[in-house]
Design a protein around this ligand. Sequence first.
Ligand SMILES: Cc1cc2nc3c(=O)[nH]c(=O)nc-3n(C[C@H](O)[C@H](O)[C@H](O)COP(=O)(O)O)c2cc1C
Length: 331
Amino acid sequence: MRKINRTVSVAPMMDCTDRHDRFFMRLMSKNVMLYTEMVATKSAIHGDRKKILGFRDDEKPLALQVGGSDKKELSEVAKIAEDLGYDEINLNLGCPSKKVQKNSFGACLMKEPSLVSECIHEMSKSCSIPVTAKTRIGFDDTEDFDYLNNFIAQIKNAGCKTIILHARKAILKGLTPKQNLNIPKLNYHMVYDIKNKNPDLEIIINGGITNIEDINLHLNKCDGVMIGRAIYQNPYFLTDIEKNIFKNTNVPTRSEVAKETLKYLEEEVKLGTKVNHVMRHTVGLYHGQVGSREWKRYLSDNMMARDSDFQKAKHIITIIQNNEKSNQAIA
Ligand SMILES: Cc1cc2nc3c(=O)[nH]c(=O)nc-3n(C[C@H](O)[C@H](O)[C@H](O)COP(=O)(O)O)c2cc1C
């Protein structure tokens, strides 16, 4: 089995990290690890597999994130993931949404270490790709090193060697999923302490990481970092990560990325994909740049069209590209 490089991963994000977004991100980074949105076991088993689980080879390395708590279903999904060519299967133990709790998966499983360890054990038995877990540092009133460390020990003994820790606890009642990403305080030291106590585990730290300096600080303490919102809002940050973390200087310009995305869009539209399903992920491409407003305006005027006016999009990119060039000349 090829060793997966998890130095930097893009976090699984519902309604964000779908296959179009993953294609788009891969234009800017070949080295980050990518995750799907969370897929419930029942959808993975009974749903339209091509639509829900399909991906292109150039999205790899890619992990399927699954949500569930039925060990039979989870082991079936682990096998499906391996058969489809995913590089990893990741169990969601961190989502606090009401719907997810109602179905007994996500963060509420932090209360049930034995059930989680049975699930991981069954998943590990049914596939040979790595079974990993993404969890929080605590829940409700429980933000306690011994509790977390015991939870992690059980997961480890069941066959999980890589754990992604979102460095804030989940509040299971009273906060919306969005508030649960901001209100509980970040506690990076809890993650570092877990790594120190479990040097044999690969510990990936997640939550609030937004720049190269932070990435480097965390990489001194943990094995990898996972970044969500900072990349979705400013996807070109991926090229900084390529240059500074992976030492790859061969990165495309924003306009090259936009042009490649349009080529992909043309292919996808022919296959029946709606324009906005691809282009909505590109809203932040020119984040902080001259031209950002034109790009966003173009997208908001054209994204809902059945067939985008690709010539007009190319024209906008050329104008922005000229701006980029004159900015460089001024600088
Ligand atoms: C829109 C959105 C959707 C998310 N969906 C998922 C998900 O499907 N599975 C998951 O484990 N975490 C999900 N998360 C949490 C992220 O994976 C990540 O843990 C969180 O955003 C903290 O990282 P960040 O501060 O770098 O964004 C989601 C977050 C956002 C903003």
